[in-house]
Design a protein around this ligand. Structure first.
Ligand SMILES: [Zn+2]
Length: 663
């Protein structure tokens, strides 16, 4: 029997986990309430931030929204977005949908591609598309809620219609069949009543009654109960009621909404978002027959390993000298003469030995550029280090034992104005007389006229080169990565269905499959699944505003919010962090501790409150080792970057922080 140390302390472990409140999930609508009219509005340029879409949706009252939805679903072929407010939203959604299409239409994961002129982006931008088609064919099982819809798209708008079972209705007509007529029953069928959603048995009768010349020989449908239950000795039935209506021939009507039988194995080939709901295009796994679309709650195991497509990064310009300010309150400078900086070497200043004779070759204020007697240039030093008078050969003697050699540098004086993050600038020149060269960059500001950015006249200003990021990019867009409070670039994201109903995002890199976080994550989730545990994604990539919401809420001591880093400083904004559903799930947690290293994932924060936080850091993972304890062989798994070398002691209650042992 296998004995593992974790078993002994697992109570401690899980108790600590389960007593905690679950990590607060990001709710875009709540976010919006926080950010509305402030940050969210800044996304307007690209009209593609999800929070903005929710913003529009939020404008509607809940009631109006419910009505909206009811109408659009009931009214066959009606546009889903038929209020002016939603109309705008539909445009945005349409844009997004079109983006989604790009991924499958272009279908190649090779970075930057030009968009067609009449394509989505009105800013003449470019998109990065990535092919994640290969992930789409995973098998799922239909839940008991797998109702089918049809989605049709025209002019960028999506119409959602229910798909119905087709039923036959035999409508009641006004003509009455006389009572006591002798009839034969030719066939029976079920008549569907769309109003009551019920069935009634109907019979096709042939009148065989010579006593009634008008009816004799006629064929008609009527309700089965209008006819006697059993035939008489001659095999004839009788009309038993006086109000037996004739029914018309069958017409096809909509029955109940079509569903996929529970537990049917399905594959997902596409997804669309509409009014905040996700629709998935599904087919039967066995027959490959397409069913139609289901809502995202129509399949079981809303695993983290579902991907539907890739959203696209937007670049306004990729020209060499087009750059974006990457830091808020970026200082601006102007040239201001020169300064003379003392030079250090190995922690000490470089000096001219006292008594050295030097020749002055140029003068600037209180500094002198000097050379040795043989003509070798030494550099600059302060005039106070030299004898006040030259000797007869024209050389000055160094009289100070702290005569530092100084370097002449261009001086930059801080101006009062600052630039905000996301500002587009045009690089003009870099500083040559600084150390290092290029420390400062002279940029021109831009202004937007008729949707075009042009250089703003007389706007040149110097800034630290470090505050620039190449390309004009939507640095505050949903693809922006941030590290240490600074914008660091744009990444591709892939949609991943989160542990809740919300859509999460994860970094994707098809150009480097070996180090592709998403690829590794999917492999990990699949491996876990085949070991019988399900990994759920609680939180993936976060945008700047998302992090702001979490941080502000945490600072305000809001209930349910965990400690969060200030915006720009979360590892979730770097695209390497995921919060997984292992909290309070000891079987998943144990699985992760033993297996996460195989996929490059490690825990980076100690303590149980951060037990859900994992990062993709392949360079930090460590293979398991063996250790002997009480003559037993144990495998030691390193699942965290903190205190991995910590010596294990039997009495150490916190030993599961970084390593896990199993015999
Ligand atoms: Zn986290």
């Amino acid at each position: 029997m296998s004995h593992s140390f974790i078993d002994r302390s697992s109570n401690y472990f899980t108790q600590n986990y389960e007593n905690e409140e679950p990590q607060k999930k990001i709710d875009p609508i709540a976010q919006l309430k926080e950010l509305n009219n402030t940050t969210v509005r800044e996304w307007g340029l690209f009209n593609n931030h999800p929070a903005q879409m929710f913003a529009k949706e939020e404008d509607l009252s809940a009631e109006a929204k419910a009505k909206e939805e009811e109408e659009t679903i009931q009214g066959k072929g009606l546009q889903i977005n038929n209020s002016p407010v939603l109309e705008d939203e539909a445009d945005i959604m349409g844009t997004k949908a079109a983006h989604g299409e790009n991924a499958s239409v272009y279908g190649v994961g090779n970075g930057i591609q030009k968009q067609d002129a009449d394509d989505v982006d009105k800013e003449n931008g470019k998109t990065v598309t990535t092919d994640y088609e290969t992930y789409k064919s995973k098998t799922f099982k239909a839940s008991d809620n797998a109702k089918l819809y049809s989605l049709t798209e025209s002019d960028g708008k999506i119409s959602v219609d229910k798909i119905y079972e087709k039923e036959k209705n035999y409508a009641v007509e006004s003509e009455i069949i006389p009572k006591d007529l002798k009839v034969s029953i030719l066939e029976t069928d079920n008549c569907y009543n769309a109003k009551t959603k019920s069935y009634k048995e109907v019979a096709k009768i042939k009148v065989d009654d010579s006593a009634n010349s008008e009816w004799n020989g006629r064929v008609a449908w009527t309700t089965r109960t209008n006819v006697s239950e059993q035939p008489d000795n001659d095999g004839f039935y009788t009309i038993t009621v006086s109000d037996a209506n004739v029914r018309a021939d069958a017409v096809e009507v909509n029955g109940n909404q079509k569903t996929i039988p529970q537990d049917t194995e399905i594959t997902i080939s596409e997804y669309r978002e509409n009014n905040g709901k996700y629709y998935l295009k599904v087919a039967d796994k066995e027959t490959t027959e397409e069913y139609g679309w289901i809502k995202s709650d129509g399949f079981m195991n809303k695993l983290a390993n579902v991907s539907f497509g890739v959203t696209n990064a937007v670049y306004i310009s990729e020209e060499e000298n087009h750059s974006t300010i990457n830091k808020n309150n970026t200082k601006t400078f102007e040239e201001n003469g020169y300064k003379y900086e003392s030079i250090k070497e190995k922690e000490d200043f470089i000096r001219i030995p006292k008594g050295t004779k030097v020749k002055v070759i140029s003068t600037d204020d209180s500094y002198r550029e000097v050379e040795q007697t043989d003509g070798t240039n030494i550099g600059w030093t302060s005039v106070t280090n030299l004898a006040s008078k030259a000797d007869e050969d024209g050389f000055f003697e160094v009289t100070n034992d702290d005569a530092r050699i100084r370097r002449k540098e261009k001086n930059y004086k801080e101006k009062t104005s600052t630039l905000s993050v996301g500002t587009f600038v045009i690089e003009k020149e870099t500083s040559s007389e600084t150390y290092p060269a290029g420390l400062y960059t002279k940029v021109a500001l831009t202004e937007k006229n008729d949707d075009k950015y042009t250089e703003k006249a007389d706007s040149d200003v110097w800034i630290l080169t470090d505050n620039l990021t190449r390309k004009w990019a939507d640095v505050k867009g949903k693809h922006a990565t941030w590290e240490d409070g600074k914008y660091t670039g744009q990444i591709d994201l892939v949609n991943v269905m989160g542990d809740g109903e919300e859509m999460e995002y994860m970094k994707a890199d098809t150009n480097d499959k070996e180090n592709d976080m998403y690829d590794k994550y999917i492999k990990m989730a699949n491996a876990a699944e085949s070991d019988g545990v399900i990994i759920g994604l609680v939180d993936g990539f976060r945008t700047y505003p998302e992090q702001k919401v979490l941080y502000d809420a945490y600072k305000a001591n809001k209930k349910g919010y965990y400690p969060a880093n200030p915006p720009g400083k979360s590892d979730h904004q770097r695209g390497i962090a995921v919060d997984l559903s292992n909290k309070g799930n000891s079987s998943l947690n144990k699985w992760l501790m033993k297996n996460s290293y195989k996929f490059g994932f490690v825990r980076t924060y100690s303590g149980y409150s951060e037990g859900h936080h994992w990062e993709y850091r392949p360079s930090k993972v460590k293979n398991p080792t063996s250790i002997k304890k009480d003559n037993k062989e144990f495998t030691r798994y390193y699942f965290a970057t903190f205190t991995p070398e910590k010596e294990w002691k039997d009495s150490d209650t916190n030993k599961w922080d970084a390593t896990y042992y199993e015999e």
